[in-house]
Design a protein around this ligand. Structure first.
Ligand SMILES: Cc1cc2nc3c(=O)[nH]c(=O)nc-3n(C[C@H](O)[C@H](O)[C@H](O)COP(=O)(O)OP(=O)(O)OC[C@H]3O[C@@H](n4cnc5c(N)ncnc54)[C@H](O)[C@@H]3O)c2cc1C
Length: 335
């Protein structure tokens, strides 16, 4: 069996690996010249946090996220399962209680407990929530790993190709993110802005989320003194520029987490647009010979492996997953 996958973001590459592991011959078409150059996946925080995300997302996200977490742990050696920490400054302490009410699988930590797992935050916060089972990874390293894994399984990525030369009836799994909007009319963009900072003075061992009623921000350690600070959520398709306000808010949150971030180098400023459906849940949709995997919103790394498994089951074993396979009758007519 052969399959063509369009798009080498996290959805396309997890799918490619999943198919290849089942013995399918896989070719990935990527319109950019390299991994990541034009993908949303390149700019992600890489948090694999099903129970923290449960606060904003439907239970389906946590359920698929838990499956994906295991997929990453079994394959990608860079998956760091050290949990995540959620904190709030004194005036926002009620936010922590609200957060705790909406989720599960955490323990409360006091000042000592926080200092025990993150010594550099010792004495800075009175209370925190610790989600011990959560994990994080470096998205760029993960994408490169998936490309190598695909290669070792005999698969191939063709860069600089958008599939326009394929015969129209070729079977394709379409993982082109926001570019699939022509076919998936209800797909929208949600802009995310992020910074990468470098500081030799700070060590964190896990992602730290700083709760705030208006701008919740997180800091994800990437090792070697590098930290990703993210991310805004703006209803916009514009991936061109970060605003001064967003930059101020991200930097202020990092500085409030630890004042040494005030001396950090800003080594990257990034913006990208997350592909999302109106309910912010992912979908697998079939249109003729094309299967679309899309709408990963703020959960691409958290959800892609579970969706890839479903897609491979749909194609190879004719299975059906109603929880992600909605059909919009208007779109079916257009197909
Ligand atoms: C700032 C930020 C922080 C985030 N943090 C997290 C996080 O911590 N955890 C998490 O799980 N998720 C996070 N996300 C969300 C995650 O990044 C997205 O959900 C995910 O990247 C979407 O992946 P995708 O593969 O669907 O799309 P993309 O990554 O955009 O990939 C689509 C690919 O298709 C290619 N393409 C487009 N059109 C064609 C075509 N016609 N032919 C061939 N190729 C084509 C593109 O070049 C691209 O490489 C974050 C997002 C942002 C912006």
């Amino acid at each position: 069996m052969r399959i063509t996958i369009a798009g080498a973001g996290v959805a396309g590459l997890t799918c490619a690996v999943e198919f290849a592991e089942r013995g399918v011959s896989v070719e990935v078409l990527e319109r950019a010249d390299d991994i990541g150059a034009r993908s949303c996946s390149w700019y992600a925080g890489g948090m694999l946090a099903p129970w923290c995300e449960r606060v904003r997302a439907e239970p389906l996200v946590a359920a698929l996220g838990e499956q994906s977490l295991q997929w990453w742990c079994e394959r990608f050696p860079g998956t760091q399962q050290r949990g995540s920490l959620v904190i709030a400054h004194g005036g926002d302490a009620a936010e922590l209680t609200r957060f705790a009410r909406q989720t599960e699988r955490f323990e409360w930590l006091d000042t000592e407990g926080i200092g025990a797992i993150e010594p550099q935050l010792s004495g800075r916060f009175g209370k925190a929530l610790f989600f011990a089972d959560e994990a994080h990874l470096d998205p760029r390293a993960a994408l490169r790993f998936l490309a190598h894994r695909l290669d070792s399984l005999g698969g191939h990525i063709r860069f600089g190709s958008d599939g326009s030369q394929l015969p129209p009836a070729s079977p394709i799994v379409d993982c082109t993110g926001l570019s699939a909007r022509e076919a998936l009319k209800d797909l929208r963009g949600v802009k995310g802005e992020m910074l990468v900072l470098r500081s030799r003075e700070i060590t964190l061992h896990r992602p730290v989320r700083v709760l705030h009623p208006r701008i919740p921000v997180y800091v994800v350690p990437r090792g070697d003194g590098v930290f990703m600070v993210g991310a805004t959520m703006i209803e916009s398709d514009d991936a061109e520029r970060i605003t001064a306000r967003s930059m101020l808010e991200l930097l202020s949150a990092a500085y409030a987490l630890h004042p040494a971030f005030g001396e950090a180098e800003v080594i990257e400023i990034g913006t990208q647009v997350r592909p999302a459906f109106p309910d912010n849940l992912p979908r697998i949709r079939r249109r003729g010979e094309r299967l679309y995997i899309n709408g990963l919103f703020r959960h691409g790394f958290l959800l892609a492996p579970a969706l890839a498994r479903m897609a491979a089951d749909i194609v190879c074993n004719d299975r059906c997953y109603p929880e992600v396979m909605d059909e919009d009758p208007r779109e079916r007519r257009l197909a």
